[in-house]
Design a protein around this ligand. Sequence first.
Ligand code: ATP
Length: 415
Amino acid sequence: MEMKVSLLMVGDELLIGQVVDTNATWLAQALWQLGIPVVSKITCGDDMDDIVAAIHASFEKGEWVIMTGGLGPTKDDVTKKAIASFFNTELKFHQETYDRIKSYFNALKRPLNELHKEQSFMPENGEIIQNELGTAPAMLFEFGNKRLVSLPGVPYEMKDLFDREIQRRIKAAIPESPYFYSTLRTIGIGESDLSARIDELPVDWDRDISLAYLPDMAQVRLRISAKGVNNKDAMEKVAKARLILKDKLGRWVYGEDNDSLEIVVGRLLLREKKFLVTAESCTGGLIAHSITKVPGASSYFKGSVIAYSNEVKESLLKVPAQTLKDHGAVSEQTVIAMVRGALITLNADIAVAVSGIAGPDGGSEKKPVGLIYIACGDANNVKVTMLQLNKDRQQNVAYASVAALNMIRKFLLGL
Ligand code: ATP
């Protein structure tokens, strides 16, 4: 049986753009990984009638409706009342929820108030699933082949409840999904060049495979999706297509599925048994942050010098004053000197250095905003690249950091 899910996100804060709806993105990805398509997403405010109408509309598209938000103890959180109205039932005091909230607050040594008592009123007809990381429990309602799931809005609480409790209930309801998808991650090749390379597909290319291009920050994620007679069939179709595409795209592909650039760089450093350091001017530590987001980074990353000023470039990275005077802080010569200095100061095998004019001000005719130099190398060999980006400071810094990670990858692969 094929199952479809509708998402329903509740909260005025989502409608006015105060909070980015990361819950929907996360849930859609988690569901896709189970092979379940999300067929609709509705965002609605904290208004009871609107929520009831949105629940009805969501069930027109999917057999399961997963909603988040609006479960807190405050008056503006009306999801439970809307659910009770949808089922034409009442909210009843739920002792287990109250005990759970009480012990949660006891552990934090904080007092309970009347609102928490109110939060323990739940619709009569649902399964209440306790929240281990917060106060609002999740709820699951079954009627016929339909299910309504209500999760708290706080992202880490929502994720924990989904992973711990909801996922297995979904799996039990659908033993087999006919869908499968996988992602190839590419870097350094634009969407149109990528598509031109892929255009000439082999004659035995499976017509049930669909491709989608997701460009972002010098990278394009290529999603390969298939529908088969069953999950195994879809998975095999995707695996075959992935091999063909990898062969066509060669060195542009740096990873698959959840491999981020920093994970891939980490893996290469571990394999080579090399230690990396960074010397960062305009990226202000962003490259080091990306690297250290990955658990276990201490096995291949030593540290960083954030050399934002010329003073630090000279004192900690031993960039000669003459180099800075003759060529400026944003120059090929300076980033090469930064790499050499970082290798010695931080005693490492490989260093990457970045210096640029992130903007929005500080450019000149000779050195405009968006001019960025990156160097990467070891004691024997240092490579340099120059980027001319645009005027957006945040974008320039993020792009430079990605480009630096890619330079490390290429250096380690000898590309
Ligand atoms: P709790 O009782 O634990 O507060 P709740 O269900 O009442 O949970 P809300 O009050 O709706 O949750 O939202 C709590 C916070 O969670 C919001 O301030 C917002 O920061 C975040 N949040 C809510 N919905 C989303 C969403 N769709 N995506 C990302 N963050 C969200």
